[in-house]
Design a protein around this ligand. Structure first.
Ligand code: UDP
Ligand code: MG
Length: 317
């Protein structure tokens, strides 16, 4: 029977309260799957310390010294969750594995769903995306903004299944394809949906955080969403062009109409209020559109500098 070598990737940012219990729980899952002959016994866990300022890294080092199946990488500073995930995917590709699963350090995702991920992988899927059963653990604000984001992405043509988090399995083949994408601000959820590999879905339950607080705030979630939109869709730019054209057309028609009225009926329309309202509406729309274009220019600017995605400090293999 085919027993793939599994690597579990965990991004950690100031997770000293969770990291040890998470690793213990994941080893329970690994041992269970090894005993069922579903994965090979050299499967391992790969932790990426995203520049934590607490004891996360020293805990990871201790775990590594006790058990060489705990491997890890430390960033020189905080680069953000997406970069940590990418570093994890690249790291396990270099070390070697048949498939890799990414999961959060707070283990909010049900770790026992890993068995279903492996089953789908063995059945031939290159990507297995975890889909949340619900968003009970999220606050009202996060729930609505997340839903809006997935709706927007779908309207804009980047088909990301809603309620998909970064809990996913990818095959060695998908990891090899990832290497071909040089873009620095890669949006993983978009990438794995776009490559065209065979994808399966696994539903899982979300639990409350085991310990510590969420590392995401409004600004970092907005940045993630904007990066997702600007790196996977140019529909907003087209929308701006069409909007500009329509507004110019309305202005032209209005202008012609005014001139005609003056010439034919000699009545010059008065409407101070109308002028102000129009000014605000048109001015506001223009600024919005400029900002939108600015987002794309910013994306180009960040990419063109070609700075490294992340900088390694220490790696434990
Ligand atoms: N994380 C990270 N770098 C960051 C922020 C978060 O590596 O800058 C990690 C964090 O340690 C966790 C995962 O990303 O493993 C998800 O973060 P969190 O649970 O805080 O997000 P939430 O579940 O609230 O969306
Ligand atoms: Mg969490």
């Amino acid at each position: 029977m085919y027993k793939p070598k599994l690597a579990i990737i965990i991004p950690c940012y100031n997770e000293e309260l969770c990291v040890k219990s998470t690793v213990d729980k994941l080893f329970e899952v690994i041992e269970y799957l090894v005993s069922k002959n579903k994965i090979s016994s050299d499967s391992y866990i790969y932790l990426i310390d995203d520049g934590s300022t607490d004891n996360t890294w020293s805990i990871i080092e201790k775990l590594h010294n006790l058990n060489k199946h705990v491997k890890g990488l430390k960033f020189i500073r905080n680069f953000g969750n997406q970069k940590a995930l990418i570093a994890g995917l690249e790291g396990v590709r270099n070390i070697g594995c048949d498939c890799a699963i990414s999961i959060d350090a707070d283990l909010q995702q049900d770790e026992w769903a890993i068995e279903k991920f492996i089953d789908e992988f063995v059945n031939g899927a290159d990507i297995v995306s975890g889909i949340r059963n619900n968003r009970k653990t999220d606050g009202f604000f996060k729930k609505t903004t997340a839903l809006m984001f997935y709706k927007t992405m779908n309207i804009l043509g980047a088909k990301i299944p809603p309620n998909h988090s970064d809990y996913r399995l990818v095959s060695k083949r998908a990891l090899d394809i990832l290497e071909l994408y040089p873009e620095k601000y890669l949006f993983l959820r978009g990438f794995f949906n776009e490559v065209g590999l065979k994808t399966a879905y696994v539903k899982f339950d979300v639990k409350p955080r085991t310990a510590g607080k969420s590392k995401f705030n409004f600004a970092s979630l907005m940045a993630l969403a904007l990066n997702g939109i600007t790196s996977y869709s140019i529909v907003p730019l087209r929308f701006v062009a069409v909007l500009g054209f329509l507004m110019a057309l309305i202005g032209l028609i209005g202008g012609i109409e005014t001139v005609m009225e003056k010439l034919l009926w000699n009545n010059s329309p008065n409407g101070f209020a109308t002028a102000i309202i129009l000014l605000c509406v048109f001015g506001g729309t223009q600024l919005f559109c400029l900002g939108l274009i600015g987002e794309y220019v910013g994306q180009v600017y960040r990419e063109v500098k070609g700075r490294p995605r992340y900088i390694k400090d220490v790696e434990l293999k």
